[in-house]
Design a protein around this ligand. Structure first.
Ligand code: ADP
Ligand code: ASP
Ligand code: MG
Length: 414
């Protein structure tokens, strides 16, 4: 007998038929003798619909009320799924995040799970119940409902699996595993049998939304066996494994390509090159709680002027422009501001990069052959990211996918 935490995403519970199909699947696993905790998302489109409703009423709603609103989506699904299980004769009880004791900090809309009280949940499992838990939500110490950030049901699933010491956390979604890149953009993408936690963390943080980054962090930290599978078809999916479990012999150079168009770029040209310029530019931005991603500062000829470029989330673009224009430029005594929110970031990820030089130059050559201009570059041990024009994003992904031997039926080249 195994204990599984099974998380079903929005599309997997998107209609009444899909909810019934999930109930059938859960019943099969329970009939096979396993204990099952199910975590569900809101029905597909529901979270966006709720956010849109809010925006029609208030341009700047408080985060607390947003959490109160968007957490309702998951509450609909847990009750419907429990009813579907009852219809099949399976004893099941649904719980909100607060009811099941998912305690978080108070950072509304991006709360972090601090602990989970599992006693009641374990009692239910021992009685033979299927426990159905609302993903994406928790409760803070004052009793306020919180949410974990978009895609947060993945994190609920993995955190519950860690707290219950489950045999596996299974993330059921609308693709049958983690692919070399988003299969919706590149039809030649291939499913990976396995991927390391480290690589999955990079892919998730660089834009692959198949798993929320926090869920991968939990899996790594608490050694939760984590698998991504399709709720629409049978198959082994992709196992996320500890870094040492993949033999270096079989390490591919590149494991995957992530991309995102969710950032914007800002440049301060001709700003006086004085000591502390970077902190004088970025300090006020950090004070406004805006996260900065990539940063490039030109080396200026001694004692002159410099150019400073960085990226922020598109949602923070206008506010960042205002801060630079109104506060930073006057304080620095000059600078011309340029902004561009039609950019994309494309990243190659692979632990094999550690032991291979030349990945960057090959990447640049491939992009040059496609006439794609590189605006910024950043590298780490296991990834290279470039910022390019948004309109070239999909072309870049497909060209790099082919050039690095990731296409289906091709043999990986060095
Ligand atoms: P769910 O609603 O089940 O949580 P998501 O839409 O959040 O599903 O995540 C699944 C989607 O992630 C897929 O439909 C796919 O378009 C996208 N995706 C992005 N990168 C990848 C990748 N490398 N492998 C698989 N899917 C990916
Ligand atoms: N419903 C939430 C969202 O759309 C959480 C999730 O689906 O994981 O972001
Ligand atoms: Mg998701």
């Amino acid at each position: 007998m195994a204990l599984y935490v099974q998380k079903f995403g929005g599309t997997s519970v998107g209609t009444v038929e899909r909810i019934k199909a999930v109930a059938e699947k859960v019943k099969r696993d329970r009939d096979a003798g396993h204990q099952v905790v199910v975590v569900v998302s809101a029905m597909s489109g529901e979270t966006n619909r709720l956010i849109d409703l809010a925006s029609q009423i208030n341009e700047d709603p408080t985060p607390r009320e947003m959490d109160m609103l968007v957490s309702t989506g998951e509450q609909v699904t847990i009750s419907l799924l429990a009813m579907a299980l009852h219809q099949l004769g399976v004893p099941a009880t649904s719980y909100t995040g607060a009811q099941v004791g998912i305690r978080t900090d108070s950072a509304h809309t991006k709360a972090r799970i601090q602990r989970i009280e599992t006693d009641e949940l374990k009692d239910d499992l021992a009685e033979g119940q299927v426990v159905v838990v609302a993903g994406f939500q928790g409760v803070d110490d004052e009793g306020n409902i919180t949410t974990l950030g978009r895609g947060g049901s993945d994190t609920t699933g993995v955190a519950l699996a860690a707290a219950l010491d489950a045999d596996e956390c299974q993330i059921y979604t609308d693709v049958d595993g983690v692919y070399t890149t988003d299969p919706r953009v590149c039809s030649k993408a291939q499913r990976l049998e396995k991927i390391t936690v480290e690589e999955m963390l990079e892919l998730a943080s660089l834009g692959s939304k198949v798993l929320q980054i926090r869920s991968v962090e939990f899996a790594g930290k608490y050694n939760v066996p984590l698998r991504v599978l399709s709720s629409f078809e049978e198959g082994p999916g992709t196992l996320i494994v500890a870094d040492e479990e993949i033999e270096s012999m079989e390490e591919p150079l590149i494991s995957g390509i992530a991309f995102t168009a969710s950032e914007a770029k800002l440049t301060l040209l001709n700003t006086p090159d004085v000591p502390g310029v970077a902190s004088r530019i970025l300090g006020p931005i950090a004070d406004a709680n805006i996260e900065v991603d990539m940063i490039v500062q030109n080396v200026a000829p001694a004692g002159d002027y410099t150019d400073f470029t960085f990226t922020v989330a598109k949602g923070d673009y206008k506010q960042t422009m205002r801060i630079l224009q109104n506060d930073v430029i006057p304080a620095l005594g000059g600078g011309d501001l340029r902004g561009d929110d039609n950019i994309a970031k494309v990243s190659l990820v692979g632990v094999g990069m550690r032991s291979h030089a030349g990945v960057a130059s090959k990447m640049f050559r491939v992009l040059a052959e496609e006439n794609i201009n590189i605006r910024m570059v950043s590298t780490s041990e296991i990834k290279i990211s470039v910022v390019i024009d948004e309109k070239a994003m999909e072309l870049a992904v497909r060209a790099l996918h082919t050039a690095f031997g990731l296409d289906k039926d091709s043999i990986q080249s060095e």
